[in-house]
Design a protein around this ligand. Structure first.
Ligand code: CP
Length: 333
């Protein structure tokens, strides 16, 4: 595919291609040189209109490991401050020879709009969504999937490994593009996905999109019926869970009346050692980062390698983003 804008329409074979390509690049990254010439001569523009640490740096490193040239952009010191539009910004990078653009924006749909404009202009530029508003964060979903699959089978990570696993996603789901992308990929794998959050942070439409997807299925569909369960109490979500994904309270996307007291939130929905006793004994915890320590997860648990996959998620992000840049870029020039 030319663009990666979301996971809603990803097929099982596309997931497996990304997982296996990422496993190959993980092997490259374990070598002393860590670099391959796959995208030599290509230009990758990182257009982050919203703050980022992990996604932006790992895309840059992934591009460099593939020998591409990278352009970074900071909105505060760019000509956006003089009134230039986002589309004109993208066209400026196009004119400099960008082959792929990685876009993050606080509004849903911006990467899609830029992709449509690149297609309208008949360019071969690929657009990667690095997080758009509350809509999707597909590369985070894929790196989370890769991290879980590697834990189940390090040498041969694949979608089918998750069949029958129980995964709890806990926290500020209504504002979370990470939750949405993870719902698409984890339910595509035949995992059971349980969402838990205070009622004010639980969107009804997550269930509706999955119902609609299920009701459109015929016997030829490659995606099995999606198994998604929604709870306003945390206990049924955690019971016998194999994996727990906890999410940050996104204060920057909340009006003041929605923001719960942080102490109460931790008391009712925080992931603690006590609460983990409800899960399978070998349960693992994921968090996309950044973390509010002591709010969605207790600080000591976050740093405990027996349970926490947080550092592995960040490490795997480079291999997964290398895989996506390689798969999108290697055929295009
Ligand atoms: N998980 C994630 O998107 O982190 P950053 O905002 O630091 O990129």
């Amino acid at each position: 595919r030319r663009h990666v804008l979301g996971l809603a329409d990803f097929s099982p074979s596309e997931y497996d291609t990304v997982l296996q390509t990422a496993a190959s690049f993980r092997e490259v990254l374990s070598r002393r040189t860590k670099k391959v010439p796959a995208l030599q001569g290509q230009v990758i523009a990182n257009l982050f209109f919203e703050p980022s640490t992990r996604t932006r740096s790992s895309f840059e490193l992934a591009a460099k490991r593939l020998s591409a040239d990278t352009l970074n952009f900071s909105p505060g010191t760019s000509s956006l401050t003089k009134g230039e539009t986002i589309l004109d910004t993208a066209k400026t990078y196009l004119a400099m020879g960008a082959n792929m653009m990685v876009i993050r924006h606080r509004n849903a749909g911006v990467p899609q709009t830029i992709a449509a404009e690149m297609d309208r202009l008949d360019t071969r530029v690929g657009i990667l969504n690095a997080g758009d508003g509350q809509h999707e964060h597909p590369t985070q979903g894929l790196l989370d999937l890769f991290t879980i699959c590697c834990l189940l089978n390090f040498d041969y990570p694949r979608l089918g490994l998750l069949a029958g696993k129980k995964i709890a996603i806990v926290g500020d789901i209504i504002h979370s593009r990470v939750a949405r992308s993870n719902i698409w990929c984890l339910t595509a794998s035949r995992a059971e996905v349980h969402l838990a959050a205070p009622p004010t942070l639980l969107p009804k439409w997550f269930a509706e999109i999955v119902d609609e997807d299920n009701s459109n299925q015929d016997s030829s569909s490659q995606i099995p019926r999606r198994q998604l369960f929604i709870h306003s109490d945390i206990e049924p979500a955690l019971k016998d869970a194999d994996f727990v994904m906890t999410l940050r309270l996104q204060k920057e996307r909340m009006s003041a009346h929605l923001l719960p007291s942080l102490r109460e939130y931790h008391q009712h929905y925080g992931i603690t050692r006590d609460r983990l006793k409800l899960c399978k004994p070998d349960v693992k915890i994921l968090h996309p980062g950044p973390v509010n320590r002591g709010v969605e997860i207790s600080s000591d648990l976050m740093d405990d390698p027996q349970f926490s996959l947080i550092s592995q998620q960040v490490t795997n992000g480079v291999a997964v983003r290398m895989a996506l840049l390689y798969l999108m870029g290697s055929g295009s020039h």
